[in-house]
Design a protein around this ligand. Sequence first.
Ligand code: HEM
Length: 503
Amino acid sequence: MALVALVWIVGILLLASFLWVKKRFNFWKDRGVEFIEPEFPFGNFKTLGKVEHIAPITRRHYDYFKRKAVPFGGVFMLTSPLLYILDVKLIKTILVKDFNYFPNRGVYFNEKDDPLSAHMFAIEGQKWKALRNKLSPTFTSGRIKMTFPLVVDVCRHFCDHVSEVVLKENEVEMHDLLSRYTIDVIGTCAFGIECNSFRDPDNEFRRYGKIAFDKLPHSPLVVYLMKAFRSYANALGMKQLHDDVSSFFTKVVKDTIEYRETNNVVRNDFMDLLLKLKNTGRLEESGEEIGKLSFEEIAAQAFIFFTAGYDTSSTAMTYTVYELALNQEVQEKARECVLKTFEANNGSLTYESVANMGYLDQCINETLRKHPPVAILERNADKDYRIPDSDLIIKKGRKIMIPTFAMHYDEDYFPNAELYDPDRFSPEEVAKRDPYCYLPFGEGPRVCIGMRFGTIQARVGLANLLKRFRFSVCERTQIPVQYSRTNFILGPANGVWLKVDRL
Ligand code: HEM
């Protein structure tokens, strides 16, 4: 009897869930929005993380909506409705003019139990605004200029190391190697620490940085549920980061602060500025009062500068050398441009000269088009928003997505989009395009704060590498490169092996 009752209850529950999901999947149809038929129960992202990265999935969705010639289109992430924004004018409106409707990304964080997760990329509302205001001066060109000698110094050690490596074995996995360069740059600029990750294969920064990105403490489904039901997940004390990652970075920041305060060390790096804000709440040169930072806030920001800064830049550099290895003529042209700059500056690079390596920059831009490390931009509606010239209201809490990667392959903006062609980024060609069809660093008030720093780190690294080495494909080079399925960053799944010869 009891068993029969149980079977009935389970049956009714299953039927109720099925009907609920069916009704939910009518969400876009009911609102007259063009949508892609979802599959029960995973919606339109069934293959995410299991078979492929989100980038190719969004590209298929984008192509579908593009054929329908609609400015936006609906899909479902599991059962949650998600709206793609495709029209470049609408993208600009949402990211910039109507930013106050979409100020947040809807990323999971838990300030109380997992303080390091409350970093600038994740936090929201007034807290984000105050923090961004406090930290923006850290990334002005004057400030970055101060860290420039540190970057150049790391780069010199790095190139010497590459030279030693290729003497022994000239087929090299570039992603791992370049991660070590960017780890050392960010380590020295954000933490004031010489990580020395080139010479130490199991370097702690590299290890914990990899864990922070590659090994999420929860399955994609749980991560999704944490995002969707953040207040419940917060109440349950659920964390975004592994405890050992948090402990490592918190300890590094604590030790650094103690050391600097005890020994009065001044290094003109990001940590110096964070410390000034911690102690005085003002910036030295302007004397402007911008509010103090707590230890937890400093640790979280140093952590995001490290994690956001190293993998994005090393991935961009890796794909640049990969594309240059495939396109030898382009490589030669980039090298000529670099050598001219070195020559004009007595064999070295200055902060100013790095800004004038036009063709190298075009190559980096073209790489960021074909392989943008951050493949999508996300925003959450903070209040109800009526899409201009339409009847559609995006309700508070709903998610929108701008499919950057997919747009970078739109033939209307980038004809013959599979081709690596840095000339697309000549000043004349750039002037012909709407700037909102190319968004590797995002846009609006939440644009990447480290854009300038990331670009300079890549330029210095690539210029020195091109000066000293030639890159070509070898048997182990995977062509086309396969993207990792599981990383947030659009990294190479199996690394990028290249033949590297000293010049
Ligand atoms: C090639 C290198 C890089 C790329 C492609 C990149 C890309 C991005 C993108 C697409 C966003 C989201 C923007 C948006 O939603 O509109 C972002 C945000 C961010 N990036 Fe970067 N990034 C790079 C380097 C860096 C570096 C070097 C740092 C720090 C040192 C950094 C720190 C951040 C932070 C803190 C945010 C969040 C900003 C906010 O929400 O206010 N990034 N980045």
